[in-house]
Design a protein around this ligand. Structure first.
Ligand SMILES: Cc1cc2nc3c(=O)[nH]c(=O)nc-3n(C[C@H](O)[C@H](O)[C@H](O)COP(=O)(O)OP(=O)(O)OC[C@H]3O[C@@H](n4cnc5c(N)ncnc54)[C@H](O)[C@@H]3O)c2cc1C
Length: 414
């Protein structure tokens, strides 16, 4: 790689970086993705286990009707599953009636409604402040916050969540969302196993130092997870303290999936969900028979996910087994076995699952997305004002950064 020279270096080959590099290549710009891992996709990752494609990262095409990955998956000949998600239907589990399930969903939507209604000129606050005082479902809503924000309500900006845009339609790709995103990068120039250690933007060209040599570029698109930018204070030379600060306002929450094989799975309806416990934040959500498959997708969020990561797969499995036997009886332990897990907080090229904004820091998304000197551009889900934390948000920021880079290169060549 020594002395490689490109027009635009795209740092990070996740959904954002792939979208940016493809757009650049369509515009005839010589671009190279510089990726630390030996695969594309980042937090989008489909593996094969138990005879099925399993998404360890993103799985749902959120806002599916306007989600650009829906059309991309279809163009790749993949199958879109339009079954409504478990969270849009009543929870079916021991210890909870249909009325209680409806009550829980109403309490959750009411909380989101209060966040949506927070006037832009009013002081931001933790989402926990908008809970109904003493509300019956507050602890479980805290657990659910762990699933969609990766963190408990006390650490989430109400303003940021209020800005999130959701068309309420959620679909899946049967062959895998991660596989779709990685395949969209096929044919693009990629330097794999090349962790970027420094982006030197002090000279005439930008010098990108990696663990496998340096690259010179006229412009760069930084499409790294916000937590990685925040952790690497010396990433930019000269330093960009405003960027590092903005990234620190947008940490990545903890979310991990454990897939379990399930014997006699037909006893359960496909696609139903149960919570391990109803009265605490430290509980997992269990989706039975996703796509009708004989397995359980266990979803861990917030502090619970981060704690369990310290004990590895054995700790996740022991926790899930205990909660499941608590729900379905001691014999249930014999029916489940671990198939796959990935710990995203301990993954040094992610440092978490998806971004949330700390209270008072919602505007850090725009600060992180802002270009520097017309040649350093930024992309990644954390840069999105309305579609943050998602793979389609990442895609849209990648396209936006590529358009900025194309415009800047054209201006310069005039
Ligand atoms: C468990 C889980 C469930 C999720 N569920 C959903 C879902 O259902 N729907 C949804 O839309 N989203 C979901 N997401 C979020 C979604 O996966 C992410 O928002 C999206 O994939 C982020 O894309 P990105 O390009 O911004 O970042 P990334 O995918 O993280 O891409 C950044 C890239 O930078 C690379 N990198 C890191 N450090 C360096 C370095 N120093 N040098 C070079 N390269 C580096 C990484 O390897 C990575 O490839 C989920 C994520 C997780 C973890």
């Amino acid at each position: 790689m020594a002395n490689d020279s490109v027009e635009v270096a795209v740092i990070g080959g996740g959904a954002a970086g792939i979208a940016a590099a493809r757009r650049l290549s369509e515009a005839g710009v010589k671009a190279l993705i510089v990726e630390a891992r030996s695969r594309l996709g980042g937090r989008a990752w489909t593996i094969e286990a138990g005879g099925f494609p399993l998404d360890l990262g993103c799985g749902w095409l959120h806002s599916a009707k306007r989600n650009p990955w829906t059309a991309i998956a279809e163009a790749q000949g993949r199958t879109i599953d339009r079954t409504p998600p478990p969270w849009a239907r009543a929870t079916t589990q021991p210890g909870m009636t249909a009325d209680e399930s409806a009550e829980l969903r109403a309490a959750l939507w009411a909380l989101h409604g209060r966040a949506d209604a927070l006037p832009e000129d009013e002081r931001d606050r933790p989402l926990a402040d908008l809970l109904e005082p003493g509300g019956r479902w507050n602890a479980l809503i805290d657990a659910i916050s762990g699933y969609y924000s990766g963190v408990e309500l006390a650490r989430v900006s109400a303003r940021d969540l209020g800005r999130y845009a959701d068309d309420g339609v959620n679909w899946r790709v049967v062959e895998g969302y991660g596989a779709t995103i990685a395949a969209h990068g096929a044919g693009l120039g990629v330097a794999f196993d090349s962790a970027v250690t420094r982006v030197d933007h002090g000279g005439q060209t930008i010098r990108i130092e990696t663990t496998r040599g340096a690259i010179a570029a006229e412009a760069a698109i930084v499409a790294l997870p916000s937590a990685v930018i925040a952790a690497e204070e010396t990433l930019f030379a000269p330093a960009l303290p405003d960027k590092t600060r903005a990234a620190a306002g947008l940490p990545l929450g903890g979310d991990d999936k454990l897939f379990l094989s399930l014997v006699h799975a037909d006893e359960f309806e496909p696609e139903v969900r149960a919570f391990g416990k109803l009265d605490r934040a430290a509980t997992a959500a269990y989706q039975f028979r996703p796509f009708g498959r004989p397995m359980i997708e266990c979803y861990f969020g917030g502090a619970l996910a981060a704690d369990l990561e310290r004990g590895g797969e054995a700790a996740f499995f022991a926790f899930a087994r205990d909660e499941l036997t608590g729900l379905y009886g001691g014999d249930f332990a014999r029916r489940v076995a671990p198939l796959a897990l990935h710990g995203w907080s301990g993954d040094k090229f992610a440092l978490g699952a998806y971004s949330y904004a700390l209270p008072g820091r919602a505007d850090d998304r725009a600060a992180l997305a802002a270009q520097v000197d017309g040649r350093l551009f930024f992309a990644g889900e954390a840069c999105s004002r309305e579609d943050f934390s998602t793979a389609h948000g990442a895609y849209l920021t990648g396209i936006a950064a590529a358009e900025q880079a194309i415009k800047a290169l054209r201006r310069r060549s005039r």
